[in-house]
Ligand binder design. Sequence first.
Ligand code: ADP
Length: 483
Amino acid sequence: MPESLKILFISAEVAPFAKRGGLGDVAGSLPIALKELGHDVRVVMPAYHHIEASLDSGQYDLEILPGQLLVPMGRGLFPAGVFEGRLPESDVPIYFIAEGNFFNRPEIYGYNDDPYRFAFFSRAALEQTVAWGWRPDIVHAHDWHTAPAITWLATAGQSQDHFRGIPSLFTIHNLAHQGRTNWDIFDFLGIWSHSLVEEAFSEVNFMARGIYHATLINTVSPTYAREILTPEGGAGLDGLLRHRAYDVHGILNGLNYAEWDPESDPRLASHFGKDKLEARQRNRQALQARANLPLRDDLPLVAMISRLDWQKGLDITGHVIHLLMNNVAGEAQLVVLGSGAAEYEHMLARLADYHREKMTVFLDYMPDLAPLIYGGSDIFLMPSRFEPCGLGQMIAMRYGSVPVVRATGGLADTVQDGITGFTFFDYSSDAFWNALGRAIYTYQVDQESWQSIQTNGMMADYSWKRSAQGYQQLYEWAMARTI
Ligand code: ADP
């Protein structure tokens, strides 16, 4: 096994160039951590409109590579341009595939021809390696957009010396979006492929094909990797995933430690670390002041930061807030930051209006306020219905706010009951209230245990380095499989 692997990393989103969710964060951070482990990683993404536009402004410091990339699609060759840049604060190269008709549009996603756009992108990303004379040891593709690269590699690609035998890893960040289209796409991609049982009549499902054709598959936490094998969590693809159950792995995402560090975060009122917990007090006061709540230090300050979405467990939260605010577990204060579905915004606004002297809700997206909430609250709520990985609970732990979470997906993998936080299993207000009640009780009567829970959480390792080591292991297993 070579020590330094050649990794082709293909993604539709790479932060900070384009980000709509966790995928962009992973693709912006993981390649840098892989490079630090000594690997030769090359990232490829589409040159969306704002990236083309940045050539003039110089915002991203990109270079237009000479010549054209000729991408075999259908019966012809499609020309594309390629820009080269670097991931910020690193020397990881990133290449942008520029094809005006496909990518120079106002939005990243949401067009009827998205499957064609990303099939083209996927094929171009692979073809570039021929132009470089660089044969990857592994192709790492993400979500349905780049699954065509995996399918092409496992089928038509096998007839070309350059690609024969290259293994692939397919990472699922969001199983709900599957990239469904019609069979004509196979002519466009230049492949012949049989149907999968999971695909409806005359339909191609790229997510299903990525799962079917990849050497190995992973998702963003071990527990979520098991949950997607069940009908409840499988988004219609659980049968296919069970068929490949031994090849489905889970690796937790990391946290960007440069951005989320309580010892240097400029958005905090006071910096602190696990040996300087008393300095959190100033953040607590600053948060109370900002939230217009009485400056009291004799009660727990409970917080929640979340997209207000069905996934996030808001429907079991209303009753819990009602009990909390009616002092059923003793006095407490509550701060909520979130925006999203109108029904949840209304619910929270009504509760906050009713309990004005102890509850404040910010119905907005406020990245500058979030750190103060993590660093100033005592308890952080995350009662998600499902959670592939979850960042909120990791940030809360690093910032000394003890998480109360539903034990699902990445939450189950990161929060240990009574050790780094409090967990519950049933998706119900009763179970949620029980866990929150235990947290508040511990806070009130056993400060010593409380502080050890806080510091245990602050010491946990959620670095990208740890994630990258997990991915390196999967690459090696995938390579061993194809020798
Ligand atoms: P998801 O990606 O499903 O929304 P995560 O827990 O993985 O959930 O990530 C959520 C991230 O977004 C966290 O960093 C959280 O602090 C941030 N966030 C969510 N809502 C808001 C908001 N209203 N204002 C500021 N940051 C928010």
